[in-house]
Write a protein that binds this ligand. Structure first.
Ligand code: BG6
Length: 470
């Protein structure tokens, strides 16, 4: 059994579900612009309408209630509630209504402040995350959210996957602003997210908002497994973990960067920012006040040695769901991702590895000893409607195994507060369109009424929650 007060949840993000992209005073975000540029997303899909959660939230919350969900994690759209620095009351009203409806139905709201939809204006004016000017603007936005909702909302996630949106925006070029191979900008923008997280934690803790609430940030974590016991593969694993795991978690949850990685990036001439002693204090103080680590876990990766001469470099990932031969990728001289013969892969070539979740939870407990919120975990798949039903046994199997993996970590003493399946309803996958489905609730995106149909996984999760909370 899980703890009685365990938060069985599901998650979403504003741009991926809300729709209503330009109504009631909402201003454009960088994603409103990016998705309209031909060739940027799968078949040109965008979030203009998405799941139309903006208009259908009552129906969606009724489904959550029916399911017995304990928490719903969603993000606030910055450009819906702030318009050129002025509060947009209609936008605030939407979130008040959503939060009130959740609370009325005994569902704990869990808010993400930033899930990638930066105001376009800030990108245009000073490059968004590229400038430290973002700190002041973000704090003004966070303050509006805290002022409005702190008495109703206990769980706050400042950043969603800051490691992903900066890497994809400045190295792979597949997220806005679409720069390629700009390692220095990637590291700098990521650093700015850490500063923003830290300042926001301090604002929350010192601003009189801390009404028994908890605040953290969610990092996408993909733990590595060495391909063999050979010293070369083990060193490769250590380097992968320093650069792709500890680099992200240490600065958020300890307030410092890991040494080897810092020296490596510095030798490569990739560190184009300074950490003043004031920043250092802010980062450390915030790390000591952060209440939980949020993790989004989808997969692990097998790591092997990657020679400097003729080593493989960075590769783009699968966004069309046509499963293909595994393609190795990595950093020459450090490590590479190789095919794992012991696991299955999804249609989008994502590794299915529940044990990787237990491993991640253990590593985090060991390194930071903080409670953990699993803010995302789920399976993106093609679902078929057969006679009005969706038999997604593959999703049930995936979630069930990851819940067992979570329990294994809890039994070893890791404090896990919540498990949020990505996602509650089907929604827009940023780069993979509407065909990559994650939800417990199917949405027919071809039908203008966007009807909702409960999948088999809906009933399964409903039973599971009931059995755990009776
Ligand atoms: C996470 C994001 O990266 O994974 C979500 O926080 C996203 O917003 C989810 O949708 C699944 O990724 P994808 O690319 O399959 O949609």
């Amino acid at each position: 059994m899980f703890p009685k007060d365990f938060l069985w949840g599901a998650a979403s993000a504003a741009y991926q579900v809300e729709g209503a992209w330009n109504i009631d005073g909402k201003q454009p975000s960088i994603w409103d612009e990016w998705t309209k540029i031909p060739g940027k997303t799968f078949e040109g899909t965008n979030g203009d309408i998405a799941a139309d959660h903006y208009h259908k939230f009552e129906e969606d919350v009724a489904l959550m209630k029916e399911m017995g969900l304990k928490t719903y994690r969603f993000s606030i759209s910055w450009t819906r509630i702030l318009n050129d620095g002025k509060v947009n009351q209609k936008g605030l009203d939407f979130y008040h209504n959503l939060i009130d409806t959740l609370i009325k139905n005994d569902i704990e709201p869990m808010i993400t402040l930033y899930h990638w939809d930066l105001p376009k204006k800030l990108q245009d004016t000073y490059g968004g995350w590229e400038s430290t000017r973002i700190i002041e603007d973000f704090l003004a936005y966070a303050k509006v959210c805290f002022d409005a909702f702190h008495t109703k909302v206990k769980y706050w996630i400042v950043m969603n996957e800051p490691n992903i949106f900066t890497y994809q925006g400045y190295v792979l070029g597949v997220h806005p602003p679409g720069d390629v191979n700009q390692m220095a900008l990637f590291l700098k923008t990521f650093h700015h997210t850490a500063l923003v997280h830290a300042h926001t934690v301090l604002l929350y803790k010192n601003g009189g908002y801390n009404n028994k609430g908890m605040i953290g940030s969610s990092i996408a974590l993909t733990p590595g497994i060495a391909r063999s016991e050979s010293p070369k593969d083990k060193v490769a694993l250590d380097r992968y973990m320093e650069l792709n795991f500890n680099w992200y978690t240490d600065i958020y949850f300890k307030g410092t960067y890991p040494k080897w990685a810092w020296n490596y990036y510095q030798e490569q001439g990739m560190i184009d920012f300074e950490i003043s002693s004031q920043d250092n204090d802010t980062l450390k103080q915030a790390a000591s006040l952060t209440d939980f680590i949020g993790i989004n876990y989808y997969q692990s990766t097998m790591i092997a040695d990657n020679p400097y001469e003729d080593g493989v470099g960075v590769k783009m990932f699968n966004t069309d769901g046509k499963k293909r031969e595994f393609e190795e990728s990595g950093i020459p001289g450090l490590f590479k991702h190789v095919e794992n013969p012991n696991v299955e892969y999804t249609d989008w070539n994502w590794v299915v590895d529940p044990a990787g979740l237990t491993h991640t939870l253990r590593l985090l407990k060991e390194a930071y000893n903080l409670p953990i919120v699993i803010s995302e975990n789920g399976l993106g798949a093609f679902d078929q409607v057969v006679d009005g039903k969706i038999h997604d046994d593959y999703r049930i199997d995936f979630i069930e195994k990851h819940i067992h993996a979570t329990k294994a970590a809890i039994d070893e003493g890791v404090e896990v507060l919540a498990y949020c399946v990505w996602s509650f309803t089907d929604l827009l996958s940023w780069l993979n369109g509407y065909q990559k489905r994650y939800g417990f609730v199917y949405i027919d995106f071809e039908d203008p009424n966007l009807p909702r149909i409960k999948k088999d996984s809906f009933y399964w999760y409903q039973k599971l929650i009931a059995s755990q909370t009776e």
